[in-house]
Ligand binder design. Structure first.
Ligand SMILES: Nc1nc2c(c(=O)[nH]1)N[C@H]1C(S)=C(S)[C@@H](COP(=O)(O)OP(=O)(O)OC[C@H]3O[C@@H](n4cnc5c(=O)[nH]c(N)nc54)[C@H](O)[C@@H]3O)O[C@H]1N2
Ligand SMILES: Nc1nc2c(c(=O)[nH]1)N[C@H]1C(S)=C(S)[C@@H](COP(=O)(O)OP(=O)(O)OC[C@H]3O[C@@H](n4cnc5c(=O)[nH]c(N)nc54)[C@H](O)[C@@H]3O)O[C@H]1N2
Ligand code: SF4
Ligand SMILES: [Mo]
Length: 704
């Protein structure tokens, strides 16, 4: 590669640094990527997905012209941008006139840049005047976000630079398989271990991450809350809690102390399947009382981290709360190098949840029902506060309301592929088909795009600029490295053009830098205050941590050192009780199904299933099952298996392995068609976060 443009990977929240340039050796100047060593989160590494990211720029079925169906049932055919945008504006006007503004809905994604997420939220409220906007982050980290807000008054996934992990004496990782979902993350864990730190992993499967742990707890899916309460019970009874910290920095511990009283170790072993000695060892390691952890500075440092395994449950918010309670009782949050963190997932999973594409939110992590927030944002948008709609439906509730009598009749979708990734996907497909009008903006014909009435071809990561906020809360810059193919437009320009056709008030730009300046003003004074962050500063400083309320402000790598973001500065304990899986196993559905990810594929697979090398590495959907279960059911390795839940069946290949509990099976969710894990999943929602129960439902298996 001759030289290149510094940017970041298009995929996960680690946002590894990349240089993107042309490979002159290949004559044709093929676009290539190489890792950057100046981005701390990625630690100079890239995973297989990152290394092959440029392949998708020139994928054979890349969308390069708008597509439209002349009428329902007609094929998608190429059309001009004017025809596509005019048609969209006309349909919006028609449906608004017939049913009111809430008849048009918007669905966004946590992969969108901050600028796009901001402009999409503004477009919904100002351009469409609809309350109905939500996004796939609801399926991702919403339970952790709700728990973080409740305990600390602020939702910053990691309240510290990721390199703090390297000096932790103990790390408890709950429901995260970072060896596959963020491979370079393992470099931080390796550094931690090299320094004598201990790693505890809680996962029903012996994943590549769990294999690297000093202690692996293997609970039944859906029992993490009881597990956390049980760990806290032991900490209380064995004198491991930090009473001084609890008195100085928290509120509400007594109710939690009482609540965990009934989680005695024998009971927790019965609920979770984790033996009592393992429970005790986990607490003692975390509390630094075993002599096994180094306590390198004299002070013990420890971190509790959760990811989707703990969070994607109908009790996900309370489960995360239980782990926060544990961290607080041990005196960890807010101490340098210690604390609680949630591992954000999508490329802009953190920033995407801060700037207003969520149903109940305005930019700067403001609440849409807060009059002061509405007045501030209305002034930036040049509208009356009363013109901003109220909160809308959450992602799954929005998707299953589509085309119903009171639900939206049109949907504009940017950055998600719910036909594959939404829970109870068959129900969602049915609702998408019931719409009068579906618009999808994407760079590939995803399974959802193929159902649309209008498809808009957009630019990809290497072809555009903007900002993303990584899992540390560090705002980074994505840089345009190559020109987009002719015929393709950026999402910002598309939204600006539509706003113009709809005569939306205010100013609308297709330029990321201009949109970012507006976002800075809209976020000023909010929890996620970006007002002091500029493109120039990000470049000069290698990223800026929010909140950053002024250009002279250094940014905030560790927001909770002095106080938490609650009104009185203290963290809140909340007592929580074990509820278990919404759908328990029974004679007809005797196994727990859990779902998740594999190294080679990303999310719905719309992107990675188009990359040869990744397809070769993971060609088809499969089910991991215990060899004893396989034998009992007469299922041979590699055989086609029908997995059936109360919602439907999926056809996948059998992969027997003793890395999974005998009561549990695992199906990754990256494939479309009949192998979709989401034909099976339970859309039961968490009452606070509205997160679906992706991680546990009851199924049966049959050889086909
Ligand atoms: N390769 C790859 N990497 C990705 C992504 C991808 O699609 N592919 N997506 C990105 C995104 S958006 C996200 S959100 C992250 C997700 O990152 P992770 O949370 O690490 O990924 P998952 O595989 O969904 O779930 C992690 C683990 O939870 C375990 N688990 C299942 N049920 C339970 C349970 O009840 N309790 C506990 N304790 N564990 C359970 C599973 O066995 C699994 O190993 O990954 C990001 N990185
Ligand atoms: N069973 C099960 N289901 C799950 C999960 C699970 O663990 N188990 N995890 C859930 C989680 S954590 C997540 S995050 C979701 C993710 O699932 P999805 O929301 O489906 O995410 P992606 O597959 O990343 O879809 C992104 C789509 O938008 C396109 N795209 C990417 N960037 C842009 C952009 O900038 N602009 C536009 N216009 N398009 C873009 C991509 O090509 C792709 O088609 O899946 C959820 N579903
Ligand atoms: S770990 Fe995540 S950010 Fe890094 S290269 Fe892989 S997908 Fe990209
Ligand atoms: Mo996610």
């Amino acid at each position: 590669m001759s030289s290149g443009t510094p940017t970041h990977c298009p995929y996960c929240a680690l946002q590894c640094g990349m240089v993107v340039g042309r490979d002159l050796a290949t004559g044709g100047g093929q676009v290539r990527v190489a890792p950057r060593s100046d981005v701390p989160a990625g630690a100079g590494g890239l995973c297989q997905k990152g290394w092959t990211a440029a392949d998708l720029l020139t994928t054979a079925d890349r969308l390069t012209t708008p597509l439209m169906r002349v009428h329902a049932g007609a094929p998608l055919e190429p059309c001009t941008w004017d025809a596509a945008l005019d048609r969209i504006a006309a349909e919006i006007e028609r449906l608004r006139a017939a049913y009111g503004p809430d008849a048009v809905a918007v669905f966004g994604g946590g992969g969108l840049t901050n600028e796009k997420a901001y402009q999409l939220g503004k477009f919904a409220r100002v351009g469409l005047r609809t309350a109905n906007i939500d996004y796939n982050g609801r399926f991702c980290m919403s339970s952790a976000a709700a728990a973080l807000n409740r305990a600390f008054g602020m939702d910053r996934g990691l309240p510290m630079p990721i390199t703090d992990l390297e000096t932790a004496d103990a790390i408890l990782l709950v429901g995260g398989n970072v060896a596959e979902t963020m491979p370079p993350f393992m470099r931080h864990l390796a550094a931690q271990r090299a320094g004598g730190g201990q790693l505890i992993v809680i996962d029903p499967r012996t994943t590549p991450t769990a294999r690297r742990a000093d202690l692996h707890l293997r609970p039944t899916p859906g029992t993490d809350l009881a597990l956390a309460n049980g760990l806290l019970h032991i900490a209380v009874n064995e004198g491991l809690i930090d009473e001084t910290y609890i008195a100085a920095r928290t509120r509400g511990f007594d109710a939690v102390r009482t609540a965990v009283n009934s989680y005695w170790p024998g009971r927790v072993e019965r609920i979770t399947g984790v033996p009592v000695p393992q429970l005790r060892r986990a607490v003692w390691l975390l509390a630094g009382e075993t002599g096994e952890t180094r306590g390198r500075s004299g002070d013990h440092t420890a971190l509790v981290l959760t990811a989707r395994g703990a969070e994607q449950h109908a009790d996900g918010t309370d489960t995360v709360t239980a782990y926060i309670n544990l961290a607080l009782a041990l005196g960890l949050p807010g101490l340098p190098g210690s604390g609680y963190g949630c591992l954000t997932g999508q490329g802009n999973g953190q920033g995407g949840r801060e700037h207003g594409q969520k149903a109940d939110q305005l930019p700067g992590y403001r609440k849409i029902d807060d009059p002061v927030a509405r007045a501030h944002v209305a002034a930036v948008w040049d509208v009356e506060p009363a013109a901003i709609p109220g909160p809308g439906r959450s992602a799954y509730e929005l998707l299953v309301s589509l085309g119903t009598r009171d639900g939206p009749k049109a949907l504009l979708l940017f950055g998600s592929n719910p036909v594959v990734s939404a829970p109870h996907a068959a129900a969602v497909e049915e609702r998408l088909d019931a719409l009068e009008f579906l618009v999808v903006a994407d760079f590939v014909p995803s399974e959802t795009a193929l159902r649309a009435d209008v498809v808009l071809p957009t630019t990809q990561w290497a072809e555009e600029s903007g900002t993303i906020t990584n899992l540390e809360g560090r705002v980074l810059r994505r840089e345009r490295a190559v020109p987009p193919p002719p015929g393709v437009r950026g999402d910002l320009a598309v939204l600006a053009a539509l706003a113009g056709r709809l005569n939306a008030p205010g100013t609308w730009s297709g330029e990321p830098a201009e949109v970012f300046d507006e976002l800075r003003r809209a976020s000023a004074g909010g929890l996620a205050d970006y007002s002091g962050i500029t493109y120039e500063r990000i470049a000069a400083e290698g990223g800026v941590f929010w909140p950053c309320p002024g250009e002279g402000h250094p940014g905030t790598p560790r927001p909770f050192l002095e106080r938490f973001a609650t009104p009185d500065g203290r963290a809140r304990f909340t007592p929580v009780e074990h509820r278990g899986a919404v759908e328990d196993v029974c004679a007809d559905y005797p196994l727990y199904l859990t779902t998740g990810r594999v190294l080679a594929h990303y999310q719905s697979g719309a992107q990675t299933r188009r990359v040869d090398q990744l397809n070769k590495a993971a060609p088809e959907p499969y089910v991991e099952l215990h060899p004893d279960v396989a034998e009992r059911l007469g299922i041979a390795a590699g055989a086609l298996v029908r997995v059936t839940s109360r919602r439907g069946s999926a056809l996948v290949r059998a992969r027997p392995t003793d890395a999974i509990r005998p009561d549990t099976v695992f199906v990754p969710f990256h494939w479309a068609g009949t192998g979709r894990a989401n034909l099976l999943t339970n859309p039961a929602l968490d009452p606070l976060s509205r997160m679906p129960e992706f991680k546990v439902c009851a199924v049966r298996l049959e050889a086909v």
